[in-house]
Design a protein around this ligand. Structure first.
Ligand SMILES: Nc1ncnc2c1ncn2[C@@H]1O[C@H](COP(=O)(O)OP(=O)(O)OP(=O)(O)O)[C@@H](O)[C@H]1O
Length: 273
């Protein structure tokens, strides 16, 4: 595959122009004791793409995201990020390389305000540490103000100005999910991994989240890899979809291709293996 050629617009629900491959997962296998979570999985992600990972419960979707951002280290395979080959990622390295993520179960500081939670997403961008803040109060203060400004921009973007000072634990679930997206965006990622961003949401909240995901992709040019169970959403917003079942890849292609793939239909209808 030519890494420098831009891709044709997707033939699924989107007319998005995607770029060269930014992330390439090659023959990834991961097991926990006797449990094979992922077996020889390969797929790539193009710049500016919205790439979905779907599959029944326990298929290995979250494990795959955890491999991409270094929470899990695969026993076999290779991760190629912007052409750089590695056996595995580490969490800090992934964050420094511009990968941010949200989690299936919201991972926010419930007692802290929305603004402060979003500020925690700026950690890697902050140059001044505690000692510098004590010694060089002026520059550290200016840096803090610049980070706050960025956090406020994200708050405006996600339309959560009214709750910026509210402790996250007091917010309804749908808004907490939006704040978690805000915290990931605060890192200004190139690649955003979203683990079930719409889980537990009502129809209106899902529509809002869909709009924000598309806007992030469109306005910031962020590449998005998402796990989602709502097939309507997946087929609507994704350029390409990879389908896992029992840790194996059973489908990969545009939403139309995946929809008509017999293995995928069987997996979702629960045909015996
Ligand atoms: N830390 C772990 N220790 C042991 N087994 C694990 C661990 N993480 C995942 N697994 C196992 O790996 C398999 C894949 O799990 P994973 O959570 O990746 O699936 P999933 O497709 O994300 O499922 P769901 O849709 O239910 O979230 C499962 O059998 C699971 O029990």
């Amino acid at each position: 595959m030519n890494m420098n050629e831009p891709n044709e617009p997707a033939t699924g629900g989107s007319t998005r122009q995607t770029g060269p491959v930014i992330l390439d997962l090659k023959n990834i296998s991961l097991s926990f004791g006797g449990v094979k979570a992922l077996t020889d999985i390969s797929f790539d992600v193009r710049q500016h793409e919205i790439r979905a990972i779907i599959g029944p419960n326990g298929a290995g979707k979250s494990s795959m995201l955890n491999v991409i951002n270094g929470v899990y280290r695969p026993q076999q395979g290779e991760i190629v990020l912007r052409g750089e080959h590695r056996k595995n990622m580490d969490c800090h390295g992934a964050a420094k390389a511009g990968i941010a993520r949200t989690f299936q179960n919201i991972a926010l500081f419930k007692g802290m305000t929305v603004l402060d939670n979003i500020m925690t997403g700026r950690n890697l961008k902050m140059k001044s540490n505690f000692l510098m803040q004590a010694l060089y109060w002026g520059p550290a203060r200016r840096e803090e103000l610049a980070h706050r400004e960025k956090a406020e921009e994200i708050i405006d973007f996600l339309e959560i100005q009214a709750i910026r000072k509210t402790p996250v634990g007091r917010l309804p679930y749908g808004l907490q999910k939006r704040v978690e997206l805000g915290r990931a965006l605060a890192a200004e990622p190139d690649i955003l991994l979203l683990d079930e961003p719409m889980a537990g949401m009502n129809v209106e909240e899902k529509q809002d989240m869909c709009r924000f995901i598309l806007d992030v992709n469109d306005q910031f040019g962020t590449t998005i890899v998402l796990i989602e169970h709502d097939m309507g959403v997946v087929m609507d917003i994704s350029d390409r979809v990879v389908v896992l079942d029992y840790g194996k890849k059973i489908g990969d292609g545009t939403p139309d291709e995946v929809r008509s793939n017999q293995n995928v239909i069987n997996a979702y209808l629960g045909v015996a293996h």
